[in-house]
Design a binder for this molecule. Structure first.
Ligand SMILES: Cc1ncc(COP(=O)(O)O)c(C=O)c1O
Ligand SMILES: NCC(=O)CCC(=O)O
Length: 427
């Protein structure tokens, strides 16, 4: 793989951008590598500045569910831009988007648009605190909810990758209001509620934790969260930034038949533009300014380009029955991976829901962060590098989830399996 131009750009970037990147996970530190710089991306392929073409399973970390630059999205953005790129006054797209979200997501009665997943969880936490008049928040170890101060405690994703689950710059007082518990442990949550029940504003959880590999809830865990939060009058916040509009039209809450109080959304709803949203029960959402006492705002929130892009992407997913297609492709990949693991006598775990997947380089049952951390990191690094050399780009960390898009085809899945067969032979 040629890397001259990427290397040059990275050298330049490091002089003027901290670490040379605008988000830490892009730095490839966990694979002892350096990032490649992208020239263009179309469908399931990206082309870097050195002319390498890669089959992509990162999909801009989730948003690219139709693949990169689908025509419906680029056309919608072009049309919207011709009418003005930002107004700072309501526009019709915002109403359409809110109606679509309320229609698709089972628990959402009212929704507010923001500009990132981080803003969505940050605002949901503030709203839960304002609504309950309480301060404490419960989160689970390994769950990542964006870089919100009070949630950067025992966080997943880049925070994990860099071996520092806790960030400098978060006041101890903020972190003290955050109670962290191991995922899938209802007993400990019950004990925490018995002790601090009347101080807990919210419990926030990643719908399916997907920033520490891809972890599934054990039977009864999510139902237990719902029941305990209801019993103690705490707000149950479901973070569907990654899974929302990805695993089903209505996200994990549709799959699990669960009604949280508030839901954080992002990624797919923006069609690749900077978008987030949070919504839920009208009784809680009405606590937001200007109707209520909880302040929340944004110069670019509900931006017409972002709304047009997201609407176009979601409507196209519905039109082409994208979720059924993603399940087909995901099942093909899963079958192939399981056959490869059996053939090579590897007892690695493979988790998948629809188009989201993670291969764990461990035989441990995956239930929480501790089990995820048993993965063989050296084996992952060698696998990642070998895949890249064969033209397949997987997330550059053993703690990230892979994404298939509607633009992938049987051909690409089979190519990927061939690359995996070679790469697993070397680990
Ligand atoms: C579950 C989850 N919540 C929140 C976020 C934060 O979103 P953003 O990066 O758009 O701020 C992410 C991803 O980054 C995420 O995966
Ligand atoms: N799973 C990791 C993310 O989704 C975030 C990407 C980023 O922070 O750049």
């Amino acid at each position: 793989m040629k890397t001259d131009k990427s290397k040059q750009l990275f050298q330049k970037a490091k002089h003027v951008i901290p670490g040379g990147v605008n988000s830490p996970v892009r730095a490839f530190r966990n694979v002892d590598g350096e990032p490649f710089f992208v020239n263009r991306a179309k469908g399931c392929r990206i082309e870097d500045v050195d002319g390498n073409e890669l089959i992509d399973y990162v999909g801009t970390w989730g948003p690219a569910i139709l693949g990169h630059a689908p025509e419906c999205v680029t056309e919608a953005v072009t049309k919207a831009a011709a009418a003005g790129v930002s107004f700072g006054i309501p526009n019709p797209y915002e109403v359409e988007m809110a109606e679509l979200i309320v229609d698709w997501v089972p628990s959402v009665e009212k929704v507010r648009m923001v500009n990132s997943g981080t803003e969505a969880t940050m605002s949901a936490i503030r709203l839960a605190r304002g609504f309950t008049g309480r301060d404490k928040v419960v989160k689970f170890v390994g769950c990542y909810h964006g870089h919100v101060d009070s949630l950067l405690v025992a966080a997943g994703s880049g925070a994990l990758t860099h071996g520092k689950p806790d960030s400098a710059g978060v006041p101890a007082g903020f972190a003290a209001e955050t109670i962290t518990l191991p995922y899938n442990n209802l007993e400990m949550l019950r004990e925490v509620f018995e002790k601090w029940g009347d101080e807990i504003a919210a419990v926030i959880v990643e719908s399916y934790p997907a920033n520490a590999g891809l972890i599934f809830p054990v039977e009864g865990f999510l139902r237990g969260l719902r029941e305990l939060t209801s019993e103690y009058g705490s707000v149950f916040i479901f973070d569907e930034v990654m899974t929302g509009f990805r695993v089903a039209k209505g996200g994990v809450q549709e799959l699990e038949g669960l009604i949280p109080d508030l839901t954080a959304m992002g990624k797919v709803i923006g069609g690749g533009l900077p978008v987030g949203a949070f919504g839920g029960k009208a009784e809680i959402m009405d606590y937001l300014a200007p109707d209520g006492p909880v302040y929340q705002a944004g110069t670019l929130s509900g931006n017409p380009l972002a709304m047009a892009a997201g609407l176009a992407q979601l409507r196209e997913m519905e039109r082409v029955d994208g979720y059924a297609r993603l399940e087909q492709l995901g099942a093909r990949l899963e079958q192939g991976v399981r056959a490869l693991l059996a053939e090579k006598g590897l007892d690695y775990r493979f988790n998948r829901v629809g188009s989201m997947f993670c291969l764990f380089f461990t035989g441990e049952e995956i239930v929480d962060l501790d089990s995820v951390m048993t993965a063989d990191k050296a084996a992952f690094r060698s696998f990642f590098t070998s895949m890249l050399e064969q033209g397949v780009y997987m997330a550059p960390s053993p703690y990230e989830t892979g994404f298939i898009s509607v633009a992938h085809g049987e051909l690409e899945i089979d190519r990927t399996l061939e690359a995996m067969a070679a790469s697993l032979a070397n680990v």
